[in-house]
Design a protein around this ligand. Structure first.
Ligand SMILES: O=C(O)CCC(=O)C(=O)O
Ligand SMILES: [Fe+2]
Length: 341
């Protein structure tokens, strides 16, 4: 796909206020929806501006994330991912995640919807479902849970725009895929200190696509996120007050490839200070059978252009099946615990 008009230096910034404001006009909603459709086709990425998420809440989340990473490693490792089990929660140190087969030079804390031991899916041992592992920091839990709620509402609003952009009723995704969305939240810190020489590190995060519907990312001002386009890699620089949003594999699949689940990566941090990023993955209900949106064309084999060499358009099954196959590759240690089940 060619970029129209003047070449854009980065994915477009879209005013999404009409999608979050209940009093907005239909024309306003359609304007935002068309902009999302164009960006999703051309880039698979856009910046959401005027998104309505309380800036003070975002500041509190950022402060909590910084406070967590500032703890010494021994304290961070009091909540290791190995203690999170199948729920996929907790802390991993730099070098512990292999996004594209090599260790990423980042440390992270995995969080998500808080589900107690009596929740049916937790009882049944369904992966990605369970309680969080909370660090011992005042206000951490309340802040994260409030942020999950606010971002879930934004995710639903953006999905209404996605539906309108695809020419289906605005409630389409809420009715078919996101009545009970899978929400995963990650705090990442990309250290300035160099990786040890014996570790085969090339990226902060290696090239990959996201698995689900829509990712909404807060990033600090250090930079380093890059997006793959038809003509090469392009920076997605920090823009204050926005979330970087990108289309995941499931929206690519459901639109028959009309929308791009674009490859992206993060360069090793050379900014001279640690880089903080906070992606929120807004994904389909675990048990939803992934089906094409009405009017979507037949998907064509896209294995030739995909980073993982997989033909995404041939995927059939539930989102749970898709994501289960993916996560084991990223954390080999947890895959082993999965096999024991
Ligand atoms: O940290 C970032 O900027 C991007 C992280 C990312 O792509 C991911 O976690 O899927
Ligand atoms: Fe990603």
């Amino acid at each position: 796909m060619k970029h129209t008009g003047a070449a854009m230096a980065h994915p477009p910034v879209i005013d999404v206020s009409a999608l979050v404001d209940a009093r907005a006009s239909q024309a306003g909603k359609l304007g935002a929806a068309r902009a999302i459709d164009a960006a999703a086709r051309e880039w698979g990425f856009f910046y959401a501006q005027h998104h309505g998420v309380d800036a003070a809440l975002v500041d509190r989340v950022v402060s909590q994330a910084r406070a967590f990473f500032a703890l010494d490693e021994v304290r961070k490792l009091r909540i290791p991912m190995s203690a999170g089990g199948l729920a996929w929660r907790g802390y991993f140190p730099a070098g512990g995640e292999l996004t594209s087969g090599r260790p990423d030079w980042k440390e992270g804390l995995y969080l998500g919807s808080e589900l107690g031991p009596d929740h049916p899916r937790v009882r049944a041992g369904v992966i990605l479902h369970g309680p969080n592992l909370w660090p011992d920091l005042p206000g951490f839990r309340e802040t994260v849970l409030a942020y999950l709620d606010a971002m879930s509402a934004l995710g639903q609003a953006l999905m209404r725009g996605c539906a309108l952009g695809l020419g289906v009723p605005e409630s389409y995704f809420a009715e078919h895929d996101t009545a009970d969305p899978l929400l995963l939240l990650r705090f990442f810190n990309y250290p300035t200190r160099a990786a040890p020489e014996n570790l085969d590190v090339q990226w902060g995060v290696g090239e990959h696509t996201d698995y689900g519907l829509l990712t909404m990312l807060w990033q600090d001002d250090a930079g380093g996120l890059q997006v793959r386009t038809d003509t090469g890699w392009v920076d997605a620089p920090p823009i204050p007050g926005t979330f970087v949003c990108n289309i995941g594999d499931m929206l690519d699949r459901m639109t028959g490839g009309r929308w791009r689940s674009a490859s992206h990566r993060v360069a090793v941090n050379t900014s001279g200070r640690d880089r903080l990023s906070i992606p929120l993955f807004f994904d389909p209900d675990f048990d939803t059978v992934i089906a094409p949106v009405p009017g979507a064309g037949p998907g064509q084999d896209d294995s030739g252009r995909r980073w993982d060499g997989a033909n995404l358009q041939s995927f059939r099954g539930t989102y749970g099946e898709y994501v289960t196959a993916k996560v084991g590759k990223v954390f080999p240690g947890l895959k082993a615990s999965l096999r024991r089940e």
